[in-house]
Design a protein around this ligand. Sequence first.
Ligand code: F6P
Ligand code: MN
Length: 345
Amino acid sequence: MDERVTLRSHLDQVSARSPNVFAIAEVIEAIAAASIELGDLIADGPMAGITGRLGAVNSAGDQQKDIDLAADGMMRRALRAAPVAAIFSEESELPEVINSGAPLCVAIDPLDGSANLENNISVGTIFSIRPCGSDVLSTFFEPGTAQCAAGFVVYGPQTTLVLALNNSVDTFILDRRNREFLLTARGVKIAPNTPEFAINASNRRHWHGPVRAYIDDCLAGTAGNGEADFNMRWIGSLVAETLRILIRGGVFLYPADARPGYREGRLRLIYEAHPMALIMEWAGGAATTGRRRILELAARTPHQRVPLIMGSMRGVGDVAAIHEGTEPMFDNSDAPLFARRGLFR
Ligand code: F6P
Ligand code: MN
């Protein structure tokens, strides 16, 4: 980090080159400012009255904690002051119109992975920005290719912001003393072939054939199709796994499986898989269900789940190849029901 480039000056530079980025930059700054406050709250935890107590189950089917609701409130307040027509948060049942004349729509997971917090494991905020369509709420049900920017913040040993904007993925680190994000890497590119996989292997008995075959191949090491001795990681925190892929490559899988409630995978399309897929592709990686390119899928329901396999080109390509010619596990899972068009190509 030789030159000191703040997030604000980076956004100014990008907006000067592409004036259509102005409003997007305002939204990013609003989310970044709220994430600095949220990072403080997470770090203070019990000292700030965060009990970690469970509340209701949210519409997406996850247990809500007090910190989830606090994070949701912080992000909403920030977005209300930005040029945002509608917000769709993991914590609410439906998207909400806040200012129909504004140019952008934002889908957000205010605090992903909050189940990890008691263990002091990294959590994050994920966001996806789209130009607002003529019917505001339908914007969220367009394919992921409609996104104009996306990103996530990791609250970990450092607070990192990953931003996909104008076809580039750039990373920032929070300078805690000056309370501003500083650019750490421009135009991040994912290593094309890193022999490392991430999957919740405790679900092996519930997986379907192609996923089992791919992981067995990885475990076979140099004797397998991957022709390498694979390493494995599973943090159980999507933002931390995605950052690792950006830094050193590898493949992440959360496939559909036979458990009740997992027939379309676990992760949600609009505010988890779509933004991560945009980041992957703009960083030279890929994201698929195994059969379909994630960015070409459109959600049928607000909290639509989707199998997500993402990361280095080689790993994702191998997973897609192993699916070819196989039948989908369930009629409603990784079948192309909600794809508008196109294969993983
Ligand atoms: O949003 C869900 C999430 O917490 C992700 O951050 C993470 O990838 C996943 O769930 C972990 O799932 P599991 O409980 O199967 O390890
Ligand atoms: Mn989440």
